[in-house]
Ligand binder design. Sequence first.
Ligand SMILES: *Cc1c(COP(=O)(O)O)cnc(C)c1O
Length: 393
Amino acid sequence: MSYHVNENGYYGEFGGAYIPEMLYPNVEELKQRYLEIMAAPEFQEEFNQLLKDYVGRPSPLYYATRLSEKYQTNIYLKREDLNHTGAHKVNNTIGQILMAKRLGKKRIIAETGAGQHGVATATVCALMGMECIVYMGAIDISRQAPNVARMKMLGAEVRPALSGSKTLKDATNEAIRDWINNPEDTHYIIGSVVGPHPYPDMVARFQSIISEEIKMQLLEKEGTEFPNYVIACVGGGSNAAGAFYHFLDNEKVGLIAVEAAGKGIESGESAATSALGKTGIIHGSKTLLMQTPDGQITEPYSISAGLDYPGVGPLHAHLFCSGRGEFVSITDDQAMKAGMELCQLEGIIPAIESAHALAVFGKKKFKKSDIVVLNLSGRGDKDLSTYINYFNL
Ligand SMILES: *Cc1c(COP(=O)(O)O)cnc(C)c1O
C-alpha cells in the first residue's frame, strides 16, 4: 500500500481538490509547478540555508534520560520547540514564501486560528519584504491578543472575520474569497497538511526535514536510522506528517498520532477527529471531519488552540483507515499533567499541543529496548497563562 499522494492528489480515498471553479487557475498553477520548483537546486539551497541560519536547524534530537527512566524505555525528543518562533510551523512558511517568490507573487494571505500560523507567516513576510494579510476570526482576535500584537509588529495586517462563529473556519472562508479576487499576484499560505491538493503534499514535503534529520541523528546515536515508534500530536497534522514522512514506507516503524480528546471523547467538547469523524469535505479536501448527522461541521474544542480543528489532513485520514497509524486520544487533563511532568523531569516547558503527545507514555507501555522518538512540536511560552490558570500557579 502507498502512503504517499497519487497523481490525482489522493491518499487512498482521501484528498483531492474540491474547490470553487474560480479558484481553479490558482490551484492548478501550484499543482503544475510545485514539484519542479522544489526540486530545483537553487530552491533547495536557499531553503536549506534559511533552515540552518534563520530557523536554527538541525533541531537537536535529545535523549531524555529521566523521562526514559520513569517510563522504562528509550525516549528521544525531537526539539522543534527550539526553532525560531518556537515551533515547527516556520519550516512550512519558509518553504511556501520561497515558492511564492518563484511563482512571481507579491502578496501573501493566510488564515489563522490561535495565531501561531499567522505569526509564522508574518515572520517570513518580514524576512522577504512581502505584503502580508492574515485573516482571523473576530473572537480569536480578542482571545489571542499577544499573537495579534506579534503579527502587527512583524508588519502584517490582521483582518477580522466577522461572519459565522467568528473563528478559524470563517477566517478560512475570508482568505479563500480574497484569493479568488486576487488570483494574479497573491499566494495563499496554508498552515498545515490540509486544503486542496497539492497543499497537503507540499506542506508534508517542507516539514519532512524533521524525519530526515531524525534518521541522520538516530544513526549517529543508535547505529540505526529507524526507531521503533514515532509519536506526534495532530491538529491538521503537519508536524506529525513531517516526523512520519521518511518512515511511512517502513512498516517496522510504528506511527502514533495523538489527537485532543478535550473534556472526553463522549463529552461533546473535543477535537478527536479520527474517533468521531466521518468522511466529508473541508477546506477543499475529502477527509475525516467532525460533523452533525446532516453534515454541518461541529465546532471543535481542546485546551490547546493548535489541536482545536474539526478535520485532519487527508494523509492522516488514510493512515487511520488503513491501520498504518495508531491513533490515540488524550484529554485536557492528561495533557496538562504530562506537560508539567516534562517541566519537572527534563527542564523543558512544552507547548500544550506537544504535551498531548507526551501523555501517550501514561497510556501505552513500551518495551525497555524500544527506541521512541517524540516530536516536541513547540515550546510552552505561548501557553503560560493556560498553565497558570490550570495549576493555580
Ligand atoms: C499549530 C501547532 C500544532 C498543530 O498543528 P499540526 O499541523 O497538526 O502540526 C502542534 N503543535 C504546535 C506547537 C503548534 O503550534
